[in-house]
Design a protein around this ligand. Structure first.
Ligand code: G6D
Length: 346
């Protein structure tokens, strides 16, 4: 294992560092202090050809311009909170509305666009970059001083790991995710329709057209949401029967069955032979098939376009604070939060 650190640019005169981790088989993971963001993930295809498989840029300025959470750590709360309101211990809180009528991804200028502190931890068979951030009491309406750690690890077993840790001094909400967008072809001129996706989930969360979960858990049987066997993503782009449910693709949470010794999700590109197997300690995976962009900088010499990648966001169910059965995202003082997601790169 080895790593190098380089300047990724400056913000207000402060150097923002980027780290390149590399294992002995040439797999590389690059991460930066800006948003505790993954900027590159380089892995081989079936012929051994190395390519970057995540949306990212070579320049910090492009990350600052985009608003699609490319590769970022999302928090304090991934996904929507209905109307940005929630109640804890009898107190009502209001987070700023930044997505239609709701709060999305922790509100504006949240974890994804903050500068994290970084440190390196080296072991024989793994290197980790530990990013830390303190989110002050009341930031974006959330109670409690929250000390957060995002740790990215690359190891000699060709695994990439994401670990979140946190402590708070007041009861608060916490549900972070890793917003990496994958395109396993390694060629961003190609869309991800031919990728197959498998998810160990019997029920998905229905959403309104604005992306807010309705609270309903719908059996996947007989629909394009049935990913219990691998299915091409193209089916979700083409399906006319399910146009009322789809939003130019998926932007839906899947409640995981959490079956022992079964992968939670497998994303595969049959042509390149690349695949990523995901196991998480959260209860959900949100699949977002990049259904539309704003004016995000190009990835190739053409304008960025829908379906150029897919985000597979391991987390607890979105808007869990408002729906029994969506899981617990309340963090209490004295509690040491830890959640891990493991990505096996093949
Ligand atoms: C998320 O669910 C959301 C999308 O609706 C959003 O647009 C995207 O992040 C940037 O996954």
């Amino acid at each position: 294992m080895k790593y190098r650190r380089e300047s990724f640019g400056t913000i207000d005169g402060q150097t923002i560092w980027q780290y390149w981790l590399e294992n002995s088989q040439g797999y590389q993971l690059a991460v930066t202090e800006y948003g505790a963001t993954i900027t590159h993930l380089i892995m081989p295809d079936k012929a051994g050809k190395m390519a970057n498989v995540v949306i990212g840029y070579d320049h910090l300025g492009d990350f600052v311009k985009q608003q699609a959470y490319f590769g970022a750590t999302v928090g304090r709360v991934a996904g929507r909170i209905a109307h940005g309101t929630f109640e804890l211990n009898g107190h009502k809180y209001q987070a700023p509305i930044n997505n239609g009528l709701n709060t999305n991804h922790g509100g504006p200028h949240s974890f994804e666009s903050q500068i994290w502190h970084s440190a390196v931890v080296e072991k024989n068979d793994a290197i980790s970059i530990v990013f830390t951030l303190t989110s002050p009491d009341g930031e974006n309406g959330f109670p409690g001083n929250l000390a957060v750690t995002t740790t990215y690890t690359l190891n000699e077993a060709n695994e990439w790991l994401v670990d979140y840790q946190a402590i708070t001094d007041k009861t608060t909400l916490f549900n972070p995710t890793c917003h990496v967008y994958l395109n396993l072809t390694g060629d961003f001129d190609q869309l991800v329709g031919k990728h197959t996706l498998q998810i160990d989930s019997d029920r998905f969360g229905a959403i309104q057209p604005d992306g807010l979960p309705t609270g309903e858990l719908v059996p996947v049987t007989g629909s394009v949401f049935d990913l219990r066997q691998p299915q091409p993503l193209q089916a979700a782009f083409d399906s006319s029967a399910e146009q009322n449910t789809l939003v130019n693709g998926f932007d839906h949470p899947f409640l995981l069955n959490q079956t022992q010794n079964t992968a939670d999700a497998i994303l595969r590109d049959p042509e390149s032979g690349r695949s990523i197997t995901i196991n998480t300690q959260g209860n959900a995976i949100v699949v977002y098939t990049a259904n539309g962009f704003g004016d995000e900088p190009n990835l190739t010499d053409k304008a960025i376009q829908p379906h150029q990648a897919v985000a597979i966001e391991a987390q607890m169910m979105p808007d869990a604070i408002h729906h029994a059965g969506f899981g617990n995202i309340v963090l209490q003082p004295g509690e040491q939060y830890h959640r891990q997601t493991r990505y096996q790169l093949n």
